[in-house]
Design a protein around this ligand. Sequence first.
Ligand SMILES: Nc1ncnc2c1ncn2[C@@H]1O[C@H](COP(=O)(O)OP(=O)(O)OP(=O)(O)O)[C@@H](O)[C@H]1O
Ligand SMILES: [Mg+2]
Length: 370
Amino acid sequence: MVRVGCLGGGQLGRMLALAGAPLGLSFTFLEPQANSSAGQVGTQLLGAYDDPRRLRELAEGSDLITFEFESVPERAAEELARRCPVFPPPKALAVAQDRLREKEIFARLGIPSAPYHPVAATSDLLPALEVVPPPARLKTRTLGYDGHGQVRVEGLESLRRALEAVGGVPSILEREQHFSRELSVLGVRSSTGELAFYPLTENHHEGSVLRLSIAPAPRVDAALQRRAEEICAAVMEELEYVGVIAVELFELEGELVANEVAPRVHNSGHWTIEGAVTSQFENHLRAGLGWPLGETSARGRSVMLNILGELPPHPSVLEVPGSHLHLYGKEPRAGRKLGHVTLSPAPDWSGVLALGRLPGILLPSAANAG
Ligand SMILES: Nc1ncnc2c1ncn2[C@@H]1O[C@H](COP(=O)(O)OP(=O)(O)OP(=O)(O)O)[C@@H](O)[C@H]1O
Ligand SMILES: [Mg+2]
């Protein structure tokens, strides 16, 4: 039995453990919240991510270690790496945690991304507005997720207020992009160097929170898929990456503009559990273990819907043909990601519309229209 340790005990860890069980893998999660989503399907070490005793315990009880939460301190990952193999490399964590370093990497690799300027003090406001004329977004360099740490900016006064609103922490001002849609590319690189990519996924957010993904994304030609894979491959190579990585993209007039990188399995890849030959979770583990990667092609089209804030009744979900319900074992709370439903295969929109009438499942306005 191979023992996998994991920093973070949320739903991503839970789904890693569920994917790893058939392969004979066992899981231990270091997580500060009791009765965590992942702890319910593995062993939980209750403690802070940087608690030295807990880190030692995790390293001693694991054959290899990964993480499922990208805001774990890089130092914790490095500390673990001294005792036990860790994947993805802690360096990837450091880059993805900091929007400025992420931007610098995109620039170095020639990957288009929205124009930006660092903002750390009031003396940066005018220079930033010169480089990044509004409408723009002030984004904190670290600890942003689901739109937290992000404020829309319309001019000097609103930028000043935005910097106050984020507590004056180091940030970047980023030009708002008028994209036609959001896509993500998921890649996986094994410790043997083997590479694979999933078909592009189309993502619909509402208030910066993912609501719905369609995969494979419609209206993707071979050139667009290839371009996305090139971007993802360049980032993986730069970071000497091992595991699954997601690159969030904006599509603007057929061009891809990179938004951000997630050095882990990703919400926009949940459809792969039923909708791809091998799920992102299984491939992440195979990659870390140096085992052959699984086929990444899609079995027809899937639609994934997030369950947010409240739970729909089981029967109402399960009666929709092709629906697969995934609950994360979390207590309902406004806005909280409690689970997801994947329709796979999703031959038309009737199932999506039926699910969209249930509590906890809200369709984005674009999908309502379509
Ligand atoms: N420059 C931009 N122009 C237009 N929309 C944007 C821009 N940046 C972000 N958004 C919108 O806000 C969403 C969330 O932004 P982003 O992914 O940068 O932040 P996050 O809070 O870290 O999100 P995540 O939950 O993915 O980590 C994006 O998916 C997109 O819909
Ligand atoms: Mg994002």
